[in-house]
Design a protein around this ligand. Structure first.
Ligand SMILES: [Zn+2]
Length: 183
């Protein structure tokens, strides 16, 4: 097995392999930390990721704009679109845990396809995001569950300009302002 992988890509499960350098475990699955190639060390039954690109890791305190890819009760998995308003040189998957929001249930706060603003809490892979002690953090762009229209911020609520449905969410004061560049 030799395969090109991206950061955060699932490369196996813990029942199959031990985790070697360049990989990490989350919830029983093994993920790549880097852009790289997977190698399997058959003697030790472990999977290794050899990086193919120099990695510039996000640093603690960096401001991230991220697209929500998936949501579970305890966390949201995101892809970083901008770091300090620049498109990052590498693609990073980043996790926002419910304890950093704070909420008990991430489903109450986020849904896939939303864009959020957050700060980088830890520069280790996988990158962890937080909304704690951050006045700019929150939802940066959201859409209507009913009709798909982009929502407008109206005070502390979000409102659908097409069907009038309202949503209560932690909204960034910069709601609607997406940094320049292609998403
Ligand atoms: Zn609507």
């Amino acid at each position: 097995m030799k395969k090109c992988v991206t950061p955060g890509e699932k490369i196996g499960v813990v029942e199959e392999y031990e985790v070697g350098p360049g990989a990490f475990v989350d919830g029983g699955s093994i993920y790549s930390s880097f852009w790289g190639r997977t190698l399997v060390d058959l003697e030790q039954r472990r999977v290794i990721v050899q990086p193919t690109k120099a990695i510039v890791l996000p640093r603690k305190g960096d401001r991230a704009v991220a697209l929500v890819l998936s949501v579970s009760t305890s966390m949201a998995e995101t892809k970083i679109l901008f770091l300090n308003e620049q498109v990052p040189r590498s693609t990073f998957t980043a996790f926002l845990r419910a304890s950093e929001v704070p909420t008990r249930n991430m489903y109450d706060v986020l849904k896939p396809g939303e864009i959020i603003k957050a700060v980088v809490k830890s520069s280790k892979i996988p990158v962890q995001l937080s909304w704690k002690n951050c006045s700019e953090c929150g939802v940066l762009l959201s859409y209507c569950n009913e009709c798909g229209e982009i929502l407008e911020a109206l005070g502390k609520k979000l409102r659908c300009p097409r069907c009038g449905k309202e949503f209560k969410k932690p909204i960034s004061p910069n709601y609607g302002e997406i940094p320049v560049g292609e998403i």
